[in-house]
Design a protein around this ligand. Structure first.
Ligand code: ACO
Ligand code: OAA
Length: 370
């Protein structure tokens, strides 16, 4: 038995949800470029869960269900009020999502119909949790979700208490489409491992949130913004990045386990970053990002991943830096739950082996002789 570090190149399951083949990403066989241009996030979530694009009435029904399920139990709001004000936002999300299970009497019901309903319910409630957390820590009251609006609209509305503008809703919606699923990434794998023991969907999603939090995965979008803030201005980019490259430090938002010739989602976010920069009259973060890309790609051959331009996009949307990864979770929840449903459909416990590298032939030594 020989271990492969980080399971690189190991095919751990079959899946019909999304694929990365020759550097192209598809959801249910549809190229991400087409979806980014034409689809709404609700259409994509439906596509991931049901395996086909919705008709207008199916879409209307889903939007209705998302609206009905969006309010969260008052007990969870009360708990969020007790979180320390400086709690890490992903830790707060992980805790709150786990708490939601306590107030769902169907949490442990395992029928496919019940699990699909819970997937939709979690999709509806996760944005409400993130927005409530963001407001409560500022001493503000949570805003009740609206009915009949999109996830992107509702999230921005619940965050600010104001009707969001069309450009912001469209930009966030496109970002949600781009982040919705990604084959067997670390958080999706964590979700599948958890539910493959026949544990419940809330446990699977809680595991996934824990995995997404790390800066090598979803946490990188926040880490990119930390880097941009540390750099501060365009004239400081070269010296900062050169120092990092010389030290062999990681540059957040670059590199990928699967894409070696570039992440197909990054160009869409780059374009959004430029357009939003122009609209807000502040292109500095976009220009800094372009310069960083040219240095890192030029010297290391590493390309930006989905997280790199997300940072300047979300900042242009006036979203606080530590909500970037929770927004990733709002989108990826659709993919996680589609994978959880697929895992249940054809389940076998996921239990690989480890190559043992410890000592052999040891003996127990009585405590007074150690
Ligand atoms: C949504 C997402 O999860 S996308 C990924 C988000 N994460 C990041 O942006 C964090 C920065 N990137 C990374 O840490 C990595 O590229 C990962 C985690 C994405 C992929 O990791 P791996 O597939 O294990 O790549 P690996 O670490 O083997 O990289 C190969 C080489 O490139 C280097 N490298 C990889 N990424 C970077 C980077 N961002 N900056 C500098 N060097 C890098 C590695 O140090 C390694 O160099 P070496 O061969 O001299 O040791
Ligand atoms: O697939 C990966 O390893 C990480 C990634 O890009 C994602 O989850 O979107």
């Amino acid at each position: 038995m020989t271990a492969t570090k980080g399971l690189e190149g190991i095919v751990a399951t079959t899946s019909s949800i999304s694929s990365i083949i020759d550097g192209a990403l598809t959801y249910r066989g549809i190229d991400i470029d087409e979806l980014a241009e034409h689809a709404t996030f609700e259409e994509v979530a439906y596509l991931l869960w049901y395996g086909k694009l919705p008709t207008q009435s199916e879409l209307d029904e889903l939007v209705g269900q998302l609206g009905n399920y969006a309010p969260i139990p008052d007990q969870v709001i009360q708990q969020i009020k007790l979180y320390p004000k400086d709690t890490n936002s992903m830790a707060a999300l992980r805790t709150a999502i786990s708490s939601l299970a306590l107030y769902d009497e169907d949490a442990n019901e395992m029928s496919p119909e019940s699990n699909l309903q819970k997937a939709i319910k979690l999709q509806a409630q996760l944005p409400t949790v993130v927005a409530a957390f963001a407001r409560i820590r500022e001493g503000l009251g949570p805003i009740a979700p609206k009915q009949g609006v999109t996830v992107a609209y509702n999230f921005l509305y619940m965050l600010t208490g104001q009707e969001p503008d069309e450009v912001a809703v469209k930009a966030l919606d496109q970002a949600l489409v781009l982040h919705a699923d990604h084959e067997l990434n670390a958080s999706t794998f964590a979700a599948r491992v958890t539910v493959a023991t026949l544990s419940d969907i809330y446990s699977g999603v809680t595991s996934a949130i824990g995995a997404l939090k790390g800066p090598l995965h979803g946490g990188a979008n926040e880490a990119v913004m930390v880097m941009l803030e540390e750099i501060g201005s365009i004239d400081k980019v070269d010296s900062y990045i050169q120092h990092k490259l010389d030290n062999k430090d990681k540059i957040m938002g670059f590199g990928h386990r699967v894409y070696k010739n570039g992440d197909p989602r990054a160009k869409h976010l780059q374009k959004m970053s430029k357009e939003l920069g122009k609209l807000t009259g502040n292109l500095e973060l976009y220009e800094m990002s372009i310069r960083i890309e040219s240095l890192v790609t030029g010297q290391k051959g590493l390309k930006p991943n989905v997280d790199f331009y997300s940072a300047s996009v979300y900042t242009a949307l006036k979203i606080p830096r530590d909500l970037f990864t929770p927004i990733f979770a709002i989108s990826r929840l659709s993919g996680w739950t589609a994978h959880i449903l697929e895992q249940y459909e054809n389940n076998r416990i996921i239990r690989p082996r480890a190559e043992y590298t410890g000592p052999v032939g040891q003996h127990y030594i009585p405590i007074n002789q150690r």
